[in-house]
Design a protein around this ligand. Structure first.
Ligand SMILES: O=C[C@H](O)[C@H](O)COP(=O)(O)O
Ligand SMILES: C=C(OP(=O)(O)O)C(=O)O
Length: 464
């Protein structure tokens, strides 16, 4: 996945880490309002689960987290682009080799389209290996005459609509940890073991349904192939193409889990969240004096914050003060999810306030979460045209202000699902009955994901 020096690794393995148990401030969040928190503190297995999670090995190494911060600093400086994508809600059953490779393959394809189209390095990240909990608009769900707790992601409760499945069960955090570990293990194998070798650029397209975006990718892959063969004939050494850096991030919603996986780095004696490289705070839990901002402000990981349409420039400045008081390059990413109808009107004032203060966060567009609609049939969906329009709006605003549109964050999958409406091989509602699989919000399918990558590449190439 990412490389660390041998001396860093052996030092980390031989020096006993100081304990995170008594590190000052790491439990202050418990005195704050904890938004979207599961009701499981009284569960008989709560204490033993936390004890077990306190003792498990970290899922990511602090050196990898530092490397990501450096990579994001390049994005903030306009020298690289940040691509984040994956399921809305990962599932335990979905952690299979086929499903994981489909998502990684699609992200690699998107990254190639962006790198080739825009001549920019791409920082690649899965919304994976930890995206098992969901903030919800309502605590309860009613079907017919039965009302139960809402589904909050498989690390909290089950999707099946019955009483026992919807109980908040802390044991699920352990299953989430182990599923994340095996997912990360496979991602590391894929991205360092030859699967991600750029010379396999054609192979990444195989197994996906042929469609207009697939064909467009294939023709670009042929050009890359020619270029690679030409360089090989000139004697270039392609060892660097064999592996690729790939990071993992998720919403740090379950503070019980995040706190239990906090470790003190044996090199620096500073606290790191070791459940993933990148942790973000959601739109519903970003209160300045809330628990999520407090805990994440104390971790060394690069932190993201989702900003929805109610955000003001002042809110953004206060979040910078709380989460990035030293204005450290790569520390803070603002993930903008305004909705297509708001982005052009609301984003400029936020960017102006932030840039005017001298801060340099990474600006990322999430064109999904502000564009969700519920159909009369009950399905939640997003119109692909709205997703495209929000991406366009994001680029237009940055172009007008002379700032750098640093990245894109999408809910996507490598599977041929029918969850978002439209695209150039249009998905329509009649396919939902058979191909709507998400447990929470609708994702772009493989074709729609590639289409978005081509669109972004066009905008970026104009920018450069
Ligand atoms: O994925 C994000 C949220 O969990 C989701 O949008 C909330 O959806 P809801 O309004 O159905 O609770
Ligand atoms: C809940 C999410 O987003 P937001 O906080 O932007 O609603 C999400 O990304 O899963």
């Amino acid at each position: 996945m990412t490389s660390v020096t041998q001396s860093e690794q052996s030092r980390a393995m031989t020096t006993p880490s100081p304990s995170a148990a008594n590190y000052p401030g790491l439990d202050e969040w418990r005195n704050r309002t904890i938004g979207q928190h599961p009701q499981w503190a009284e569960h008989p297995d709560f204490a033993s689960t936390i004890e077990e999670l306190n003792a498990v090995p970290p899922l990511v190494f602090a050196g990898e987290v530092d490397l990501l911060r450096e990579r994001l600093a390049s994005v903030a400086a306009g020298e690289a682009f940040f691509l984040q994508g994956g399921d809305c809600a990962e599932t335990f059953a979905g952690a299979t080799a086929d499903k994981i490779s489909g998502r990684v393959q699609t992200l690699l394809q998107m990254a190639v389209v962006l790198t080739y189209g825009a001549s920019l390095p791409v920082v690649k990240m899965g919304r994976m290996a930890g995206q098992f909990s969901k903030p919800r608009s309502s605590n309860l769900e009613t079907r017919g005459d039965q009302t139960l707790p809402t589904f909050r992601g498989e690390m909290v409760n089950g999707f099946d609509f019955n009483e026992s499945s919807r109980v908040h069960d802390p044991n699920r955090m352990l299953r989430g940890y182990h599923t994340s570990a095996s997912t990360l293990n496979l991602i590391r194998a894929f991205t360092t073991g030859g699967f991600a070798d750029l010379r396999r650029v054609h192979a990444w397209n195989m197994g996906f349904a042929a469609n207009p975006a697939y064909a467009r990718y294939e023709s670009m892959a042929r050009e890359i192939d020619h270029a690679v063969k030409f360089m090989a004939a000139c004697g270039a050494d392609f060892d660097a193409l064999k592996t690729t850096e790939f990071f993992a991030g998720h919403e740090a919603l379950l503070l019980d889990y995040e706190r239990a996986l906090t470790r003190i780095d044996s090199r620096t004696y500073l606290p790191y969240g070791t459940s993933g490289h990148f942790l973000w705070i959601g739109e519903r839990t970003r209160e300045l004096d809330g628990a999520h901002v407090d805990l994440l402000s104390r971790l060394r990981n690069p932190i993201g914050v989702k900003l929805g349409p109610s955000t003001t420039g002042e809110d953004a400045l206060r979040l910078i003060d709380a989460l990035d008081p030293n204005r450290e390059p790569g520390r803070l990413t603002f993930i903008i999810r305004m909705g297509a109808k708001n982005i052009r009107e609301k984003l400029p004032a936020i960017i102006q306030a932030v840039e005017g203060s001298g801060a340099k966060p990474v600006w990322v567009t999430d064109p999904m979460h502000g564009n969700t609609v519920s159909l009369p049939s009950g399905y939640k969906t997003r119109n692909f045209d709205d997703v495209v329009d929000e991406v366009r709006g994001f680029f237009e605003v940055h172009q007008a202000l002379g700032t750098f549109p640093g990245g894109i964050h999408v809910e996507m999958t490598g599977d041929d699902v029918a969850e978002c409406l439209g695209g150039s091989d249009p998905v329509n509602e009649s396919s939902f009955a058979e191909r709507y699989e998400t447990l929470c919000d609708p994702r772009l399918n493989h074709m729609q994901s590639l289409e978005i990558a081509f669109l972004v590449a066009e905008y970026l190439s104009k920018q450069n």
